[in-house]
Every structure is written in structure tokens, then in C-alpha cells.
Design a binder for this molecule. Structure first.
Ligand code: HPA
Length: 272
């Protein structure tokens, strides 16, 4: 079965359980899954109920689609995503994104936990993703082009949509929520970076580093989705402080940022 047939099979499986048509697809990153409690839920589908769907193995990644409303806006929310480092093929990693577009979502709102490369950043900051560097991970469009989804050579000049960014920046200003802006770098993981790697990424123009999001944005752009993204700076990247990194910090920083994160996501989605 090729990737497109698999997508159709997943879509069929979803449609047997729900006919919900979302406008916005929201991906909740590590530690940020509690945001789903802000959604007026219509229905939920566990990833494990969808034949062929990649199921996450990371603790804290619940693994379900939540369908419902943020104010009046119909959304599908991914509570938990799959990562390349878990061992999936790259087209399985982006399958959920493609599936949400096929359900009807035109806008993709990506969120994640990320390490702060930019020395002006602090733990708990929120960063609007203005652009990305995803050339250290496999390209999700590798192989035969799925022409049903998009063109062979999609343009990546404006991965993150300027109009959506403007709305998020305006809402942050109105809500008095400090919002950084920067370039997100995706690496493969699952090991954290070395201090030398972080210095390299800083020189290259990176502001935050993580292990998701970049490939999702490429697959979504391929399909013509409008994309925006927010990183929660869960730790300063390797070498900034003289201490080892650990996954527990991610949840702590997300908890610190969660009230502002929730307000900003809700108000932004209302404005889309
Ligand atoms: N590096 C990579 N991914 C991450 C980090 C980090 O420091 N923090 C959260 N996700």
C-alpha cells in the first residue's frame, strides 16, 4: 500500500467515527497537552483506533484527536504527536498532518517544547516561529511525489503565514503576553545536542531547537495549508548553562507558560 492509499484508509476509518470538519488543526507539543481542556469537545478518536496510524511511544504523549470548538471555530487537536526518533518512516511522521488537511483543516497551528539557542531567551518564554531550518532531518516529501497532495517542488519561501503571525503578535500585545520571535531548528534527536552543535546552530541563525515540527510544516506547505507555530522554551539549549538537560524540565517549563499559552492560542484561533 503506498502512502496515499494509507492516508485514504485512515481517513475512511476516521469518517466511520466522526464527520467533523475542522477549520484549524492544532498540534499540542510536549507538556502542552492540557490545552485540550480548553476545547468544547465534540468527539475524540484515539490514534490506536485508526488502522495504519503511527502511535506514539513517548510518556506524556496521550495520542488522540480531539474534535471540537475554540469559541466558534471548529478545530481538530492532536494531543500527542509522533517523532522521527521513535523509528517511524518520515512519511508516517507526517501522516497525521496530511490526514487533518484531508479532514478539511486549512490552517495548521503547530506548538512544541524547544531548547533556547538565542541567549536573550529565558526558560518559560513563548516564541513565535517565523521560519525554520529542517535540512538536518529527512525531507518528508522524499520519494515519489504524491501529486494528489501537492507539487513535486513546493516553494518554502513563506512556510509560516504572515497574516496568521500578525494576528498572533497582535493578540500577544493586547493580552500583554511577552512573545519572542525566531527561527526553529529541527534535529533528529533523541539525544540532546552538544554545546558545539548549539554554537553551530546559533551561528546559522537558529533561535530554538527541537525534535518535531519542521517536517510537519514542510508536509503541510506541500498541501497548501497556512501554517503558524509557537515554541515554548522549556530549557536553555546545551552549553548555555553548565548543567545536564533532562525531559522533566520540559513539563515544568510548560506548566510555567501554560496560562499565557492557553490565552494566546485561544485568542489567536478566534481571530483566524
Ligand atoms: N533540544 C532539542 N529538543 C528539545 C530541547 C532541546 O534542548 N528542549 C525541548 N526539546
Amino acid at each position: 500500500m503506498d502512502s496515499y492509499e494509507k492516508l485514504l484508509q485512515c481517513l475512511k476509518c476516521v469518517r466511520r467515527k466522526s464527520d467533523f470538519v475542522p477549520k484549524v488543526a492544532l498540534v499540542l507539543g510536549s507538556g502542552l497537552g492540557d490545552y485540550a481542556n480548553n476545547i468544547r469537545v465534540d468527539s475524540e478518536i484515539s490514534y490506536s483506533e485508526i488502522d495504519g496510524f503511527p502511535v506514539s511511544t513517548v510518556p506524556g504523549h496521550d495520542g488522540k484527536f480531539v474534535f471540537g470548538y475554540i469559541d466558534h471555530v471548529p478545530v481538530v487537536c492532536m494531543k500527542g504527536r509522533v517523532h522521527y526518533y521513535e523509528g517511524y518512516e518520515i512519511d508516517d511522521v507526517v501522516l497525521p498532518i496530511r490526514l487533518m488537511k484531508m479532514m478539511g483543516a486549512e490552517i495548521l497551528f503547530l506548538t512544541n517544547a524547544a531548547g533556547g539557542i538565542n541567549l536573550d531567551f529565558n526558560v518559560g518564554n513563548l516564541m513565535l516561529i517565523k521560519d525554520q531550518i529542517s535540512c538536518f532531518v529527512p525531507n518528508p516529501l522524499h520519494g515519489k511525489n504524491l501529486s494528489e497532495l501537492g507539487p513535486r517542488f513546493p516553494d518554502m519561501t513563506h512556510v509560516y503565514d504572515e497574516q496568521l503571525n500578525d494576528i498572533i503578535l497582535r493578540k500577544a500585545y493586547e493580552l500583554e503576553i511577552p512573545l519572542r520571535e525566531g527561527v526553529y531548528v529541527q534535529l533528529q534527536g533523541p539525544s540532546y545536542e552538544t554545546p558545539a552543535e548549539i554554537r553551530m546552530l546559533r551561528t546559522m541563525g537558529g533561535d530554538a531547537v527541537g525534535m518535531s515540527t519542521g517536517v510537519e510544516a514542510v508536509a503541510a506547505r506541500h498541501m497548501g495549508m497556512r501554517i503558524c507555530g509557537i515554541s515554548c522554551i522549556s530549557n536553555m539549549a546545551a552549553g548555555v548553562f553548565d548543567k545536564p538537560l533532562n525531559h522533566e524540565e520540559v513539563q515544568q517549563a510548560a506548566d510555567m507558560a501554560s496560562a499565557n499559552f492557553a490565552k494566546l492560542v485561544t485568542e489567536s484561533v478566534r481571530g483566524f
